[in-house]
Each structure stands twice: as C-alpha cells, then as structure tokens.
Design a protein around this ligand. Structure first.
Ligand code: SF4
Ligand code: FES
Length: 218
C-alpha cells in the first residue's frame, strides 16, 4: 500500500514517504511501523509487511507512525535508527569458540526442552515493537531474548555471567527505560517472545552481579 502511495506521490513530483522494509515476509524485522496506534498493527503475531489491506474496512483511514522511543531516533519520515539494538548484541551476544577441526554435530548433546527454549528466543527478529509498545521504552524483552538464545545452550553458558552484565549495561547506556512488568511488549511482539525470558535474565543478572562483587566476572 505504501508503495502505491509513493508511486502516486512520485508521479505528482512530490517526495516519496521514507519507510524501512526488506524481506517482506516477516523475518527481518525492518518494517518498524505503528499502525493505528499499535506497533505492527492490529493483527496479533504479524509484522507490518504481512499485514494485508483486507484486514481493514473499505475506505478506512489508516494512521501510520514510526516507533517512538528516545533510543530510536527518527532518521526520516517513518524510518528510525535501531542500531542501539546492534550495540546491545555486540556488547555480549556472541559465543567464543576455538578454531580448529569441525566438531561432530553430536559431540555436545542438547536436551530437547533446552533447545526449544533457545529456539523460541532465537525467533526474535530485532524489530523493536516491544520498545515501541512499552510506556517506559524498555528493551528488556529484546535483550532477554537475545541473552536466552545463547545463555540457555551449553555452548553459551560458559560466558553467561559476562554476557548478561555487558548486555544490560549497554541497554542502560543506550537510554532504554526500565521494565515495570506491564506486558505490552509481549502483546506487541510479532514472534511470540514471552515475559519469562525477562524473568530468567533478571535471575541471571542478580547471580552475575553477586559473582562480580565477590569474585571477578568483568
Ligand atoms: S522481542 Fe519481539 S517485539 Fe521485541 S525485537 Fe524481538 S521480535 Fe521484535
Ligand atoms: S520487511 Fe522484513 S519483517 Fe517486515
């Protein structure tokens, strides 16, 4: 629909409306738009690019806004800069591995329930709807999903304490607000990321902070 609007604007010699998009199949997280006051629009578990015009009444007026959060500055029109998310991932979101021969795929068995939790967390596409939906502009749902994705697996567990301290530290530095457990993030998330990842990250953070006081994590 935005493409059609833009084509008509360009034909009239006017500026096209700038908006972010990439995959248009709900997997890249680029289409960060608030539709009629709801991040990603009224359809549950659906990104904007998968929100079809047939979901709206004929002749309805649709209001489109960019994400609103201090940590996501507006670049132009409907485009916001979400690189704060990249910096949170960079702060602690990787697993150190030794180079060398490729290990056997079954050398480190992973229990099904552990793999499932990590896989659910990995479904986060980094769109930022959780931040846009939160009255505090908190990035806890995103950060906890990215932490869970690695911290639950045996490969990532070795660096869990360090990772959680660094990611939460970076999240605070970027200017995201605190979590007050309203759950708007979970309701807006197109990938079904749940609040229990936040609870797990709180627990991991408390343990890591204690270890950092009595010993040395960072
Ligand atoms: S947790 Fe959900 S809403 Fe937040 S960035 Fe990830 S996919 Fe988007
Ligand atoms: S454009 Fe990729 S998720 Fe919407």
């Amino acid at each position: 629909m935005l493409d059609l609007v833009n084509e008509s604007l360009v034909e009239k010699g006017e500026d096209a409306i700038a908006f972010d998009n990439d995959c248009r199949e709900g997997i890249c997280g680029m289409c960060s738009l608030v539709i009629n006051g709801i991040p990603h629009g009224p359809e549950r578990r659906t990104t904007v690019c998968q929100l079809h015009m047939r979901k709206f009444a004929d002749g309805a007026t649709i209001t489109i806004e960019p994400w609103r959060a201090k940590a996501f500055p507006i670049v132009k029109d409907l485009i916001v800069d979400r690189s704060a998310f990249d910096r949170i991932i960079q702060a602690g979101g990787f697993v150190s591995i030794r180079t060398g021969g490729v290990p056997d795929a079954n050398a480190l068995p992973i229990a099904k329930d552990v793999a499932d939790v990590a896989m659910d967390a990995a479904a986060c596409i980094g769109c930022g709807a959780c931040v846009a939906a939160c009255k505090n502009s908190s990035a806890m749902l995103f950060t906890s999903a990215k932490a869970s994705q690695l911290n639950r697996l045996p490969q990532g567990r070795a660096e869990k304490d360090r990772r959680v301290l660094l990611m939460i530290g970076q999240m605070d530095k970027e200017g995201f607000g605190s979590c007050t457990n309203f759950g708007e993030c979970q309701a807006a998330c197109p990938k079904g990321i749940t609040l229990d990842h936040i609870a797990k990250m709180h627990r991991d953070y408390a343990i890591a902070s204690f270890k950092n006081i009595v010993g040395k994590v960072l």
